[in-house]
Write a protein that binds this ligand. Structure first.
Ligand SMILES: Cc1cc2nc3c(=O)[nH]c(=O)nc-3n(C[C@H](O)[C@H](O)[C@H](O)COP(=O)(O)O)c2cc1C
Length: 339
């Protein structure tokens, strides 16, 4: 083993121990993309796969976990969205399958969910979009954090990964494992965040078009052609309807999203929906738009959610090659640091 590899292993040791995987590289859950094939491929290759539950029913999640287990005996986790109306049934399904790690996305854990998850013996991972929230989540008992910056694909916050990492890692990295996400395309960046105290990293965009990903060939082609500046954040058109920005490749669907916001804003104006329902309608819009692109291959009207690292995704590669490349780049960066 080279000095670089040995250093990388040491820096990843805590994340590896927490996840039970060979490397501390998580593949972030991607709705429609992170299903049994990609998740099992990631875990089989030494990463940590996460099933994207999204809007799945408990029955569908049940089948997806069972299907994933049939393809890997390595650990993997499940990503649940906090606003899912059947969140507690989904937690029960995870318990039935002894899922070891649950990621809660889309806000702070709703009342009772933390106890339900931890009571079942699973480890709970939450997103920390600011230092104050990171501290609050740790106080409430979460086991690990993901710190994700606005370079990421999908739903994003307003702050960059580099700033969030600087603000959050020095304060909390000794208390719980922290995984940094957003804009990571190469191993040198992984080495950098590990040096800052991260226990590991989470990547989405870099894995979305792997050979094992079921994403439509048109979706993959759009990724291979795109550069960083093509992955833009959606725009909120009505100040009364706060929508979480989504980063995706530019296409005609941004106009469809504008039209959707107008339609929902009007329903709000006419008191036909409450704010919560309005925001849920927006989320359903995104789930449908992403499905159109990922599953049906409609790259004009569907949503091509992608992070700014998309420019570093140039061809279809097996997951194992991507992970090997990231690890080699990280080890090389750490090796050079010795000189
Ligand atoms: C196509 C796509 C779909 C995504 N869907 C979800 C999701 O359903 N739930 C979630 O928590 N994160 C989702 N994400 C975010 C990823 O899990 C991951 O955190 C992010 O991609 C990391 O940043 P990166 O894209 O710069 O690598 C999605 C990302 C992409 C690219």
């Amino acid at each position: 083993m080279s000095i670089g590899e040995e250093r990388l292993q040491r820096r990843m040791a805590r994340g590896v121990e927490f996840l039970g995987s060979k490397t501390a590289i998580l593949c972030g859950a991607m709705s429609w993309v992170s299903e049994r094939n990609l998740v099992s491929a990631i875990s089989n290759a030494g990463g940590f796969g996460l099933i994207a539950c999204g809007a799945m029913t408990p029955e569908l999640l049940d089948a997806e976990i069972a299907g994933t287990k049939a393809l890997t005996d390595k650990p993997f986790g499940v990503n649940l969205i906090t606003m899912h109306p059947q969140l507690f049934e989904l937690i029960d399904v995870c318990a039935k399958h002894n899922v070891t790690h649950i990621v809660l996305a889309g806000g702070l854990p709703p009342a009772g969910s933390l106890d339900a998850i931890k009571g079942n013996g699973a480890k709970l991972i939450c997103f920390a979009p600011a230092l104050s929230l990171a501290k609050k989540l740790i106080r409430s008992g979460v086991d690990a954090l993901v710190v994700e910056g606005m370079e990421a694909g999908g739903h994003i916050g307003p702050v960059s990964t580099s700033v969030l990492a600087q603000e959050i890692l020095p304060e909390v990295a000794e208390q719980v494992p922290v995984f940094v996400a957003g804009g990571i395309g190469r191993g040198e960046a992984i080495a950098g965040y590990l040096d800052q105290g991260a226990a590991g990293v989470q990547l989405g965009t870099r894995f979305a078009c792997a050979t094992e990903s079921i994403a439509h060939p048109n979706f993959k082609k759009a990724f291979f052609r795109a550069s960083a500046r093509d992955a833009v954040a959606s725009v909120q058109i009505d100040p009364r309807l706060p929508v979480i920005p989504v980063r995706a490749l530019k296409n005609a669907s941004s106009e469809l999203f504008t039209a959707k916001q107008r339609e929902v804003a009007q329903l709000l104006d006419e008191n036909k929906v409450e704010m919560m329902e309005a925001q849920l309608q927006i989320e359903h819009y995104w789930a449908g738009a992403l499905r159109r692109a990922v599953i049906e291959g409609d790259v004009d009207n569907g949503s091509l959610m992608a992070g700014q690292s998309v420019g570093m995704v140039t061809k279809e590669e097996p997951v194992a090659d991507i992970i090997a490349q990231l690890m080699a780049e990280a080890a090389h960066a750490l090796e050079k640091r010795a000189a």
